[in-house]
Design a protein around this ligand. Structure first.
Ligand code: PXP
Length: 253
């Protein structure tokens, strides 16, 4: 149970964009297993990958290879698609994180509409449970959706922090400060309810070394899944330092 605040959060490193660099040129490098091993050695708790339906970065073979070769938890982000579900059942990651996916989007833009999708999600969750794969639902910071995810029997919610993070990165211009305040409150309320209900509370999307501290300061998020910023930072300071800096930001904000 995760009823007390001030827990020590875990870091899941999303390594998709190392694969983006490889796919750009169709080269054999960077070797994703080597990346994952370095992430692991730097102290991260999980490797996260998103096997998108269009296979724009992570490929099927990457997921199977990572499953075999990494020593830490594997979290597979995936659309609610029968093709990807079949692959997930074969790979048997520790976690799957179900996300809404649109072909044209640059990245996962919103959370799952759990209220509308209950009937579709229930058998999926049951089948994953049979395979001993834990399920997290990527949702908007909305207390109604937190409650619906809990009712469905999900193991975790992952709160989509994109709107808050965009506001901290000034993408909303003059409105940024008010959006930021509102979104931070929605994230905290969702995390508080999640903890109260006893569902694991994760968060991700858009985090950098600054904005993550504002969410980490609540002390209520158990796990962060962070990708783009860490890959960008790794280009400057190396994977090891980029991962260590982020662990320190979430654990000592
Ligand atoms: N969590 C989920 C469910 C995601 O879809 C993504 C983006 O792939 C992330 C976390 C990581 O987001 P970012 O790359 O912005 O850190």
């Amino acid at each position: 149970m995760n009823s007390s605040p001030w827990l020590i959060p875990r870091l899941g490193v999303n390594i998709d964009h190392f694969a983006t660099l490889r796919q750009l040129r169709g080269t054999p490098y960077p070797d994703l297993v080597e990346v994952a091993k370095r992430v692991e050695a730097a102290g991260a708790h999980q490797i996260t990958v998103h096997l998108r339906e269009d296979r724009r970065h992570i490929q099927d073979r990457d997921v199977f290879e990572l499953r075999k070769k990494i020593g830490i938890s594997l979290n597979l982000e995936m659309a609610v698609s029968s093709e990807i579900v079949k692959i997930a059942h074969k790979v048997k990651p520790d976690w799957v994180c179900l996300v809404p996916e649109k072909r044209q989007e640059v990245t996962t833009e919103g959370g799952l509409d759990v209220l509308k999708m209950k009937k579709k999600l229930a058998p999926l969750l049951r089948d994953f449970r049979k395979k001993k794969i834990k399920v997290s639902l990527f949702i908007e910071p909305d207390v109604r959706v937190v409650a619906a995810s809990h009712e469905l029997g999900a193991d975790a919610i992952e709160i989509h922090t994109g709107k808050f993070c965009n506001a901290t990165q000034k993408r909303y211009g003059a409105k940024s400060a008010s959006i930021k305040k509102k979104e931070l409150k929605r994230i905290e309320d969702s995390a508080v309810l999640g903890q109260k209900l006893g569902i694991h509370v994760h968060a991700g999307h858009g985090f950098d070394l600054e904005n993550v501290r504002e969410v980490a300061a609540f002390g209520r998020i158990e796990e962060y899944n962070i990708g783009h910023f860490i890959v960008c930072r790794a280009a400057l300071v190396g994977v090891d330092q980029a991962v260590r800096e982020m662990i320190s930001a979430i654990q000592a904000p």
